[in-house]
Design a binder for this molecule. Sequence first.
Ligand SMILES: C[S@@+](CC[C@H](N)C(=O)[O-])C[C@H]1O[C@@H](n2cnc3c(N)ncnc32)[C@H](O)[C@@H]1O
Length: 297
Amino acid sequence: MPPENAVPDTAARSLAHWSEEGRREMEAFYALARLDYQLLADALDYPELFRVVRERAGGGAVSLLDVACGSGKFPETLLERTELAAQDDLRVDYDLLDPAPFSLQEAAAVLRPPFHEAARHEVTMEDLDPAVGPFDVVWATHALYALQPENVDAAARRMLDALAPHGVLLLAQGAYDGHYLAFYRAFLEGVRGGEGTAYVSCEQLTDALGRVGADDTHEVEVRRISYEHVVADDDREVLEGFLQRCAFDDTVSLEQMREAPVLGAYLEACHDADAGVHRFRQETDLVLLTPNDGTPA
Ligand SMILES: C[S@@+](CC[C@H](N)C(=O)[O-])C[C@H]1O[C@@H](n2cnc3c(N)ncnc32)[C@H](O)[C@@H]1O
């Protein structure tokens, strides 16, 4: 049993922050993190991806599972930045999955044609009812950071099982060396004395997909997207709010982070004093699984 005053671990803090009480912090975070989704939206030809999947499925509506849908930034950004909204002949029956009811509600509210809400699953990926699926498309974008390490293989297996034989899986998540993972490791080390569970990296998820058999049935293509989140030093509210959300912890101020061992050095290394900005280097992997019988992506 953890002591009564123990700080809740990563998965519990993630769940608590995906809530109405966490809205202000979430909005500060997306002032910068919106870029994560813009780059993903620009990285692939989504109308073509849906066209190919629909053809392979034999026509009709495309079924899709959005894993860890969060507040729906990915579908919202696709609707803003791609030609998907103009595809009059495309219908996507869109299932939302998330353990947080707040996230399900927020994501449902952004869906517009061709995305039509089909079902909500208030559950973790690893616990999704085996009877749900299969889907033509499964995607999980900046989604599974807070998975408990012992559940990574189960979540990977369930995602793979949720795919129709002709289906496509799209995964996008920070890599081990990118800011989200590196910052949180430094936070746990410097602020929490090494206690707590680090975020799951895209490499861990991709390895897990291989362990549960994806390499036998699918082509696995990994594309690295490298970029920076840049925030002006005098934009203190965004800087602090972004970093607090990166750790799901708004009890530690920017000053406390700067003074902490390990984390202080990490933040100093991100500081470009000449330009008066902080630069947070992101390394995101976009992983595409397509059936290895030649289906193009
Ligand atoms: C950063 S958000 C995902 C963003 C989302 N893809 C978007 O388009 O905005 C992370 C979400 O993962 C959810 N989550 C945490 N643990 C999970 C798990 N084990 N399985 C599924 N979802 C989980 C959280 O509740 C949160 O809503």
